[in-house]
Design a protein around this ligand. Structure first.
Ligand code: SF4
Length: 284
C-alpha cells in the first residue's frame, strides 16, 4: 500500500496561522482520496517549539507526546490507516521513545529506525542496538536502516536490516554496547532527493577520516545533506555541517560560523575541533 509521511515538527512551521488539526485533516483527506496510508514521523531533532517548551529537558517526552497527539487527531477524524515512527540519531532515545509510546498506544503500529545513524559500520551498530532492544520486546512492525552511502551502495541498507532481523529471530544477539558517550560521535543523514550537491557523501566520509585523531574526545559532529533539515538538526551537535549547492554551512551548536566552499570546509572544521579539544579537559 502507498503511504505518505509527514513530520509534525515541519507541519507546525507550515502555514503557522492555521490550526495544526486543520492541516492534519487536509493530509488525511488527501490520503483518503488517494487510498494512501499515513506515517506520523516524529524526529527528536525537529520537535515543534510548542512541545519543546512544554517538555524542556525531556526531548524524548516531547517526541512521544507529539506523536500521541497526532494519533488522537487522526483518530478523531476516523482515519485509521496510520503508523508512527519516533526517530533520533541516538539509539538510546529511539529505544526509550518507542518503549514509552508502545506503553501508551500499544494499538498503533510502529516503524523503527535510527535517523542520521551515519556511515557503516557505526551506523549499523547504532541501528542494531536499537532494533535488538525493541524488536526483542515485540515492539516494531516495519524497519528502516538509514546509512550515509552513495546511491549505488544504498542496497546495503536493506542487507544490513535483513541481517539484524535474522540475528534477532535466531537469538543471535551481539554484545549490545552502550554507544559510547565519551568518544567522538559522527552523525550523518542517509541523504535523499533533497541533497543539492553530490559531494555531501564524500564530505561525510572525509569528516570521519579527518577527525580520527579526535576519537577519544566526547565531541558530536553532525553532517547533514540539505538546507531543509540541516539547519535544525545540527543544533544539538557540538559542531554541525549542512550542505547547500555550493557552500557548506558550519555551526557550533545553534550558532552559525559561516558558509565555506566544499574544498575549504575540512580545514575550517579542524580548527573548530582543535578549539573544542583545547577548551575541554584532556582525554585520559
Ligand atoms: S538530505 Fe536533508 S532531508 Fe534528506 S535525509 Fe539528509 S537531512 Fe534529511
Amino acid at each position: 500500500m502507498d503511504k505518505i509521511r509527514y513530520n509534525p515538527g515541519h507541519l507546525w512551521h507550515h502555514e503557522t496561522s492555521r490550526p495544526v488539526a486543520d492541516k492534519v485533516k487536509y493530509l488525511a483527506d488527501v490520503a483518503g482520496e488517494h487510498d494512501c496510508a499515513i506515517r506520523i514521523g516524529v524526529n527528536c531533532g525537529s520537535i515543534d517549539p510548542a512541545h519543546q517548551d512544554r517538555f524542556e529537558g525531556d526531548p524524548v517526552g516531547a517526541m512521544v507526546q507529539s506523536a500521541a497527539e497526532h494519533c488522537e487527531m487522526l483518530d478523531r477524524l476516523g482515519f485509521t490507516r496510520y503508523v508512527v515512527s519516533l526517530k533520533d540519531s541516538d539509539p538510546a532515545n529511539v529505544i526509550e521513545g518507542n518503549r514509552r509510546f508502545a506503553d501508551e498506544r500499544p494499538d498503533v503500529p510502529l516503524h523503527l529506525g535510527v535517523t542520521e545513524a551515519g556511515m557503516p559500520p557505526e551506523g549499523i551498530i547504532k541501528t542494531r542496538i536499537a532494533f535488538e532492544q525493541l524488536v526483542s520486546r515485540g515492539i516494531g512492525d516495519t524497519v528502516r536502516v538509514s546509512l550515509t552511502l552513495p546511491n549505488p551502495k544504498k542496497p546495503e541498507e536493506v542487507t544490513a536490516g535483513h541481517q539484524i532481523l535474522t540475528d534477532i529471530a535466531n537469538g543471535r544477539f551481539r554484545s549490545v554496547p552502550e554507544f559510547p558517550k565519551d568518544k567522538l560521535n559522527i552523525i550523518s543523514c542517509p541523504s535523499c532527493s533533497r541533497v543539492e550537491n553530490e559531494k555531501f557523501i564524500e564530505l561525510a566520509e572525509d569528516v570521519r577520516e579527518m577527525t580520527r585523531y579526535a576519537e577519544r574526545h566526547a565531541i558530536t559532529i553532525a553532517v547533514m545533506g540539505c538546507r531543509v533539515n540541516g539547519p535544525g538538526e545540527t543544533d544539538d551537535a557540538d559542531l554541525g555541517l549542512w550542505c547547500g549547492p555550493a557552500f557548506v554551512n558550519l555551526k557550533k551548536g545553534p550558532e552559525s560560523l559561516g558558509a565555506y566552499p566544499y574544498d575549504r570546509i575540512l580545514a575550517r572544521l579542524k580548527t573548530e575541533v582543535d578549539r573544542l579539544i583545547a577548551h575541554r579537559a584532556p582525554a585520559n
